[in-house]
Design a protein around this ligand. Structure first.
Ligand code: HEC
Length: 400
């Protein structure tokens, strides 16, 4: 019996990551909604006890009456629930998955030999450097005078992340670059919980237990980080699903496409934040949708131009030339019995051994190899732009 351990481990980690991610983002969305929806307490006694806001809700067959104490109640409840393991478990499972897929599998998923012919160890160290660097840079920025104005901070942080993504796209495969941008944002968000939000809450609780008045600055800093996390949620989720879309990551100007979509996510998040506070303004939604469509048009135009350019100088391509290309660049992996050391069975059941196979998978081959340069994975065999153009022209000819 043969067990493909790395695939099973990958499946387990991805599953856990998705579940914990839903728990984290879900509770985070819930608390954002709750915080923004609180109304001043109706009962004067509550006001005297330090309740800053309250809310009634109905769910699952019962009524809930939430009260938020501004800073803290005057004595600690015996049983206090902390929300932190959702975030930690998401980060830990995500980091392990990153190590398995992109560092252990650096040769095929992270490194792009046409950009930089890195050793897997060097590629891993560069990747980790970006992740650690993102937290150090972000944290310093928060503490700097720029951190005081949320709007200015947002612009600067967005510009810095876009610049980092641009640099990553010059170093790694598009997919590897994107996942690092996502890991950087995810790390900043989890570190906000681990290094600032939870420690500050602990200090508040400790002060209360000693009978002292907690420092309101602790809560203010935690709130700032929490607000940043709120706006980073939609981009990080987009990046996590982006690896299903070569039209985003394996194309010219991939970094700009990502930046454009993340920018379009801002008004969407803002729409909900405002709506919770009772200011429903649909112009935010329209702006977000318009941004998405604009990015779609710009990306498609760029991709069409690139394809036309590739195909412009190619005449009729004969079958033998195409078979040669596929033999050189694809069949090591895409065969019934692959010869590539990292591949045991034809990936996603795509076998490319005959012209018939190639015609059968024409649409997917075009998407992976002609419109984008995702395949061959890691471009170990150094497939050239000319060869992609020849393959593209041949696939076009099959339609006639
Ligand atoms: C080093 C191994 C390797 C080589 C070489 C390789 N592929 Fe792949 N290919 C893969 C793997 C692994 C997957 C699955 C990717 C995934 O799960 O995201 C894949 C997936 C695909 C898919 C399906 C993608 C989808 O989601 O529909 C197509 C089509 C494809 N490859 C075409 C090609 C072509 C054409 C070539 C040659 C130009 C090629 N591949 C070379 C490993 C390889």
């Amino acid at each position: 019996m043969e067990i493909d351990f790395s695939s099973w481990l990958g499946l387990a980690l991805r599953w856990v990551h998705l579940i914990t991610g839903i728990a984290w983002i879900g509770s985070s969305f819930y608390f954002i909604w709750l915080d923004n929806s609180l109304k001043p307490p109706a009962d004067p006694k509550d006001k005297k006890d330090g309740v800053g806001g309250e809310l009634w809700a109905v769910h699952g067959g019962g009524f809930y009456h939430k009260k938020k104490y501004q800073v803290a109640p005057d004595h600690m409840p015996d049983d206090l629930h902390w929300f932190k393991w959702e975030a930690y478990a998401t980060w830990i499972s995500g980091f392990l998955l990153l190590c398995l897929v992109y560092y252990y599998g650096a040769g095929i998923y992270l490194i792009d030999r046409a950009k930089l012919d890195l050793h897997p160890v060097d590629a891993t160290l560069i990747g980790l450097g970006f992740i650690v660097g993102s937290w150090i840079g972000y944290n310093a920025l928060c503490k700097s005078p720029l951190g005081k104005d949320n709007r200015i901070f947002g612009f600067v942080w967005f510009a810095l992340m876009t610049a980092a993504t641009y640099v990553l796209c010059q170093i790694f495969s598009g997919r590897g670059a994107f996942i690092h941008a996502g890991a950087m944002i995810g790390t900043v968000m989890a570190a906000n919980v681990f290094m600032v939000i939870i420690p500050n809450q602990k200090k508040t609780v400790a002060a209360l237990l000693k009978g002292e008045k907690p420092d309101p600055a602790l809560g203010k800093t935690a709130k700032q980080r929490s607000l940043h996390n709120n706006y980073m949620t939609l981009p990080v989720l987009l990046i996590m699903i982006s690896n299903h879309y070569p039209m985003l990551y394996a194309v010219p100007a991939n970094w700009a496409i990502l930046a454009g979509l993340c920018a379009a996510a801002w008004p969407i998040r803002e729409f909900f934040n405002q709506k919770h506070k009772g200011n429903t303004d649909h112009r935010y939604l329209v702006a977000g949708a318009a941004g998405f469509v604009l990015v779609m048009l710009a990306a498609s135009w760029l991709q069409t131009q690139a394809r036309l350019e590739r195909l412009a100088n190619v005449g009729k391509v004969d079958d033998a030339a195409v078979m040669e290309i596929v033999k050189t660049h694809c069949t090591a992996c895409h065969a019934k019995t692959p010869s590539h050391e990292s591949v045991d069975t034809a990936p996603l059941d795509v076998v490319l051994e005959t012209l018939k196979d190639l015609r059968q998978h024409a649409v997917r081959v075009k998407a992976q190899t002609v419109d984008a340069d995702t395949m061959p994975l890691g471009n170990e065999t150094g497939m050239t732009a000319e060869e992609r153009a020849l393959l593209g022209a041949w696939l076009e000819q099959q339609k006639k």
